[in-house]
Design a protein around this ligand. Sequence first.
Ligand SMILES: Cc1ncc(COP(=O)(O)O)c(C=O)c1O
Length: 308
Amino acid sequence: MATDVNNRLIWLNGQVMNVNDAKINVLSPTAQFGLNVFEGIRCYWNKEQQQLYAFRLPEHYRRLERSARLLQLSCPYTIDQMASAMADVVKANEYKEDIAVRQTLFADGFGSWTTRMEVGMFIAPIPKRHTSAEYNKAGLRCCVSSWQRINDNSLSPRIKCGANYINSRMAQLEALRNGYDTTIFLNHQGKVAEGPGSCLFLVRDGILVTPLITDSVLESITRDTVLRMAKDMGIPTEERSVDRTELYLCEEAFLCGSAMGLTPITAIDGYEIPPQSENSLTYRLAYQYDRIVRGQDAAYTHWLTPIW
Ligand SMILES: Cc1ncc(COP(=O)(O)O)c(C=O)c1O
């Protein structure tokens, strides 16, 4: 029997413990300045195979290492150690269902925001039975944010660190206040960037288009997955800068990320996107993504790490 969510087990600095017993120093740089880097990893349950698959795990850990490197935090664990700690805590919870795992390296101790040492790690898995409004599979009504996306010369979106999500918070809360489900950022050059916790794709004249990775976008694993799936499915793709008005003219659009998978957009700033059929690229890609992450397509099993 899997653990009750409020008493689930988490891994903290080498030990598996009840989430309520996992404590950190309130004076630590992570608590005071959001000095942490993290990954949101998804594991999908395959009922027939009675197996839980972590999706593109090494890619997540490589990005975690790169985020730590850019912030000059010394990561005390190898990729193998991070992966085996993750499997240990998922097994300790006896999870045999879809889960999300937050794996965070954080600046611990009494240092200030310049500290490089005393890096701790926690790993917190949670069942993913429900999705929030932002991830509504029925489709998202979006706005273009009045908040600009952070950029590489101020706070790099390439670094997946806690502090970056203040920018996302401002934009997402503004969108909700104004009656939208979520929002799309423009970057400092006025080009389309990404969502607050997701990357953006749109379809124009049958071509699947996504903003450049250098247009203030996280180096998203799902973005990369969609581009690779599209190529394998014979769908033409373009990575290029995208203008705001293209959002209003597109035939299809969706947001994607580990947390939300592929989620269609139904309107942007009140410009309606035509209802999608089962032949739409969004539908076909979302369907294929779900098969791949659950281990139902043998051509992509190299992206899966079995937990059990
Ligand atoms: C700002 C932002 N962009 C994109 C993504 C999607 O990244 P990934 O596909 O690696 O989950 C996320 C999710 O973490 C995000 O926070």
